[in-house]
Design a protein around this ligand. Structure first.
Ligand code: C2O
Ligand code: CU
Length: 489
């Protein structure tokens, strides 16, 4: 009796084992991506609760026709991407990828209303390059995403981008081909759009791109403390840009300061802060303003030796300020009218639930990121129609922070963990979503195209934390993989 029970159990166990193996084999097989595929084919369309408009889903516009304006540009730039040694401020030389031979690439400064034309050339980067204009809401064909809005530019090739500098503020640019590796290795730079009417920015207007170049922390191109001479009384605006994959913690010592803009949008009624630590999302920007005091000011990046020191002489380097309580944009500044709000009637409401589960990503087993339970490419594609008012409830149930970045639009942050934003209107393009946090954000679908919506920890994006917002009636002729070897992440 005992024996036959044992045999029975063994048979059942064996059968279960075979079934489990068969299931694993199937799951592995199902997860494998073809050499070439369109992002339109795999994702699961999500209509956000709307039914209207679904009947004109026939493809009518190609992303290649959603181009920037024609005409004579006011500003022309050439960015040449190259692999090779780059000299840092300390004199050390590192093997890097660079635009125009420096890391970061040249700081591009234009004025509001300028028609900007940038020619990208690929000198010798075997994997190909593109340029994405992070935070700039430009026409879709100029967005620089390999496999979605263009083919990656091969060595010896070039590509021209044209856009009107619409929104004043702090932005940055970076490759969106093999970006997890290529941005880390140096293919990025600052981009500032200055107001048309104001006088040209003076010596107090400083872009501060913080990066880790294959292990070496940098403030701009300085692998130490960048020192600058700023006469007392000068209005100072530091444009802080986090080009890394993880949030950075920044401290300002020697002066009270105001946070005057987030992700390229000015805040309303920013009040002076002292000793507050700023936590800046990967890909995000904070603009910090103060009047230069007679004594030195220090900006420090926590847990690194790098920073920025401003003084009348340009030689002082005060010690790093102590960290303080965290600056919270949700309660900072003064409320002000917005084109829509939490009580607006939304045409589409989406859920973007970031999770994690064991499974296969392109045939590789592991703990995979999920969006609404699906592993890439079985993630949702948020379908919208032009002029829709759209709300997204973002939720992070993982143990990692995810800086969620939407291309082509700015999101108005409505609430965090159910608590409405009570300070200045807070517009973001790269929102730091901490473990356990949830956010409600909203945007007007006013920029037709196929837009990435992804985690800006680029190694997470490359591991599947990538999806798209697609306008109905827009298609892309570009493919992931393919002859151009397009790999946006
Ligand atoms: Cu900063 Cu999808 O990019
Ligand atoms: Cu992430």
């Amino acid at each position: 009796m005992k024996r036959s029970l044992a045999i029975g159990a063994a048979i059942v166990g064996g059968a279960l084992g075979v079934a489990a193996l068969a299931w694993l084999g199937w799951a592995w097989h199902e997860s494998r991506l073809p050499e070439t595929y369109s992002v339109m084919d795999y994702a699961i369309p999500d209509d956000g609760g709307a039914t209207a408009g679904a009947d004109h889903m026939h493809d009518e516009t190609s992303v290649v026709d959603l181009r920037g304006p024609t005409g004579t540009p006011q500003r022309r730039f050439v960015l040449t991407a190259r692999e090779g040694p780059v000299r840092l401020a300390s004199g050390r030389s590192v093997e890097a990828l660079s635009f125009n031979g420096t890391v970061p690439g040249p700081e591009l400064r234009v004025r509001q209303g300028d028609l900007v034309e940038v020619t990208l050339r690929n000198g010798n980067i075997a994997d190909g390059v593109t340029v994405h204009w992070h935070g700039i809401d430009l026409p879709n064909a100029e967005d620089g995403v390999a496999g979605v809005t263009q083919d990656a530019v091969p060595p010896g090739g070039s590509h021209v981008y044209r856009f009107r500098a619409g929104q004043v503020g702090t932005f940055w640019y970076h490759t969106h081909q093999a970006s997890a590796a290529e941005v880390r290795r140096g293919l990025y730079g600052a981009l500032v759009i200055e107001p048309r009417a104001a006088p040209r920015a003076g010596i107090g207007d400083i872009a501060v791109a913080v990066h880790t170049l294959d292990g070496t922390p940098l403030v701009n191109s300085v692998d130490g403390v960048e020192k600058r001479a700023v006469p007392p009384g000068t209005p100072v605006r530091l444009r802080l840009i986090n080009t890394d994959n993880a949030p950075i913690r920044l401290d300002v010592g020697g002066t009270p300061f105001r946070v005057v803009a987030i992700d390229g949008t000015d805040l309303v009624g920013p009040t002076p802060l002292t000793g507050r630590t700023m936590v800046l999302a990967a890909g995000g920007r904070y603009d910090v303003a103060f009047t230069m005091p007679p004594t030195a000011v220090k900006l420090a990046v926590e847990d690194t030796i790098v920073g920025l020191a401003l003084s009348a002489s340009g030689t002082a380097d005060p010690p790093a300020p102590a960290p303080g309580p965290e600056f919270d944009p949700a309660v900072y500044g003064r409320p002000s009218a917005t084109p829509f709000s939490a009580s607006s009637r939304y045409d589409r409401v989406f859920i973007l639930d970031v999770g994690r589960k064991p499974g296969f990503l392109d045939g590789r087993p592991g703990k995979q990121w999920t969006i609404n339970g699906g592993i890439y490419p079985r993630v949702p594609m948020f379908m919208v129609a032009k002029d829709d008012l759209v709300r997204i409830s973002i939720k992070n149930t993982t143990g990692a922070v995810h800086p969620m970045h939407l291309h082509g639009h700015h999101m108005l942050v409505l609430s965090r963990d159910g608590v409405p934003v009570s300070g200045s209107p807070w517009w973001s393009d790269t929102l730091n979503v901490e473990p356990g946090e949830s956010y409600d954000v909203a945007f007007r679908a006013d920029n037709p195209g196929i837009w990435m919506d992804h985690c800006h920890n680029l190694s997470h994006a490359a591991a599947g934390l990538t999806m798209h917002v697609a306008y109905m009636g827009v298609m892309t002729p570009f493919e992931t993989g393919g002859a151009a070897h397009n790999h946006p992440e």
